[in-house]
Design a protein around this ligand. Structure first.
Ligand SMILES: Nc1nc2c(ncn2[C@@H]2O[C@H](COP(=O)(O)OP(=O)(O)OP(=O)(O)O)[C@@H](O)[C@H]2O)c(=O)[nH]1
Ligand SMILES: [Mg+2]
Length: 282
């Protein structure tokens, strides 16, 4: 299938490193002479470490809605996202101005109920899919969750809940890996060696009631069945991890399949071959 545009939807709990992820991936793309545009979809965002190319705050801002409609911050956020949903032509026009074959990273609000309870975000991404976007969701999970098994289970369950609701190809990126030392656990994740049995073994060492252990054990199996333990670690100080994350996401979005070689080597080779054939026929 030919796609018109590509997009990563960056979701995850508040403070999990979504905006930092956007900036790091954009910078990395620049070093590869690729262009990735960032869309800020958080109407409550105050300051960023990047300049958004498209910004929902040009359409609507949480502060204005709170004042005008006398709503609290969460109600105002829902209002803003519903407003965007009913004004998607605003977004479509900006996409049209940017042209086709663009690659976007969409920095989303951290309120997880937007992805796990409501269908606003799914309706927005369905609209993008209908307009030819290849799109996937990237769930940012703070890697310090890995240091305690029950946090890992609850973080993974959050990721699964959003995956089920969003109905998009879904990956979990472990952010802030620079904050944990290269312990055994970190190395095992990097080498893709961590399995549910390891987690279960860790669980047996933890102090908790028998029934609770049984529940955690079943949940661990469930997580493995959804392949959520296949995490992509991201260490902002380690270029290899940044490259691996972008490469895997490009594959999921089928980005490479539609890109022409930039230096036209193949075009030239084809032309040379035709010249040779023509000369032979003379
Ligand atoms: N050391 C380290 N700190 C990070 C990393 N990513 C984010 N942080 C810090 O974590 C905090 C939150 O990061 P953000 O990127 O703003 O997180 P966010 O998910 O966009 O937050 P919200 O938009 O508020 O939901 C900031 O203080 C960042 O500097 C990382 O990879 N390493
Ligand atoms: Mg942010």
């Amino acid at each position: 299938m030919e796609y018109v545009n590509y997009a990563q939807l960056i979701i995850g709990p508040a403070g999990s490193g979504k905006s930092t992820y956007c900036k790091i991936i954009q910078d990395h793309a620049n070093t590869l002479k690729r262009s990735i545009l960032i869309i800020n979809l958080d109407p409550a965002a105050e300051n960023f470490n990047y300049t958004p190319d498209i910004d929902i705050r040009d359409l609507i801002k949480v502060d204005d809605v709170m004042k005008k409609n006398k709503l609290g911050p969460n109600g105002a956020l829902l209002y803003c996202m519903e407003y965007l949903l009913s004004n998607l032509n605003w977004l479509d026009n900006l996409f049209e101005q940017n042209g086709e074959n663009m690659y976007y990273i969409i920095d989303c609000p951290g309120q997880l109920e937007l992805y796990s309870h409501y269908d606003i975000m799914r309706k927005i991404t369905n609209h993008l899919k209908k307009n030819g976007f290849s799109i996937c969701s990237v769930f940012c999970l703070d890697c310090t969750f890995l240091q305690e098994q029950f946090k890992f289970i609850s973080g993974s369950l959050l990721s699964i809940a959003t995956m089920i609701q969003m109905e998009l190809p879904h990956v979990t990126v472990l952010t802030k890996c620079d904050l944990i030392s290269k312990t055994d656990l970190y190395q095992r994740i990097l080498n893709d060696e961590i399995e549910s049995d390891d987690i279960k073994e860790e669980l047996t060492k933890m102090k908790m009631g028998k029934n609770m252990k049984k529940l955690h054990s079943s949940l661990t199996e469930f997580i493995e069945n959804y392949a959520i333990v296949q995490l992509y670690p991201l260490n902002i100080n380690d270029e290899d991890t940044i490259n691996a994350v972008l490469y895997n996401l490009d594959n999921i979005l089928q980005y490479f399949e539609t890109q022409d070689p930039k230096d036209n080597i193949f075009d030239q080779a084809e032309k040379d071959l035709m010249d040779v054939e023509n000369n032979e026929n003379i």
